[in-house]
Design a protein around this ligand. Sequence first.
Ligand code: NAD
Ligand code: WQD
Length: 337
Amino acid sequence: MKTILVTGGAGYIGSHTLILLIEAGYNVVVFDNFSNSSIESVRRVEKIVDRAIEVVEGDIRSREDLDRVFKRYKIDAVIHFAGLKAVGESVSEPIKYYENNVYGTINLCKVMSENGCKSIVFSSSATVYGNPASNPIREDFPTGATNPYGRSKLFIEEILRDIFISDNSWRIVILRYFNPVGAYKSGVIGEDPADIPNNLMPFISQTAIGKREYLSVFGDDYDTHDGTGVRDYIHVMDLADGHVKALDKIDSFNRVMTINLGTGKGYSVLDMVKAFERASGVKIPYKIAPRRAGDIATCYADPSYAREILGWEAKRGIEEMCEDSWRWQSNNPNGYR
Ligand code: NAD
Ligand code: WQD
């Protein structure tokens, strides 16, 4: 049985991925500094899978913390979710983002290599495509981020490619996620933003429970079917499944694999509002607001490479994404608190 170190395993995507990893027969060790999560998510996953999960509190920027975990467990591969992800904050605090995401990943790779662990699945983002010339977006499209968060992902991608060039016994999978939403079916775990949500889906669901008065729709004059921004929303459990499939195949990859995880379908902000209203039976008040700086009109994936290489495709549609987000939000109005 392989043991997988899951950095950022208490976070939104990490906690959902734990379930499928355990169900697929992997042993997991969670490594998290809880800067944007709480141990409660892992405790709830333990109940779902009916098993205790090893958790190490630590920081990827700390050599000692990482050494401790690699000495204690025989880690076969790492899924590296740990990172900061707030785009706006990255603009005002770029050093924090480069230190946490880029330096933290360098540190992680160093300790992995010293301990003979050279398999990593890395959380990248569709943000690395910047403003794409066309859609759907293929992996070979030009990259170019528009903010420090996105650049931190691009830098890490390049660093991982250089590591492979220097030592091709590494096994590296870079997964570029589109817009993760939704929650585990039972509604006991989900996305729990610490502050006012930056992302659309948690803002909609917090508006639905009355925590927010109304949704600001950022721009209705984009060149899209209704003027609002179009994105590729992907259910977090489909995303989680992509990680398990990547791990299952990782030993067979003899080059750095860069793979989109998206559905291939684009929905507008107003499409999502309507779908959420249908799923929840709650009316979502909204107001049209100015465009948000840095936003693009349209972004959706060409997911065919993931199908070809991983045998993976997203199965869940926006109705299910909204139903599951709503179940989590309405059962846990204050998240894990
Ligand atoms: P999240 O904030 O819920 O999870 C990240 C986890 O990493 C948190 O539990 C946090 O406490 C932990 N962490 C952060 N810095 C750390 C450090 N220095 N040491 C140890 N742990 C640390 O975010 P998420 O939505 O689950 O995202 C997971 C990964 O996927 C991130 O790398 C993110 O950039 C990437 N990603 C997310 C999205 C998205 O929209 N959610 C989209 C594309 C890519
Ligand atoms: C989606 C759409 C907004 C909030 C971001 C990151 C990206 C990735 C995913 C990590 C856009 C509109 C939103 C609101 C709105 N994260 N919107 N009102 O911007 O596509 O991507 O999260 O890697 O890197 O940039 O996602 O959910 O913020 O926005 O109208 O209150 O919803 O303008 O069209 P985005 P989002």
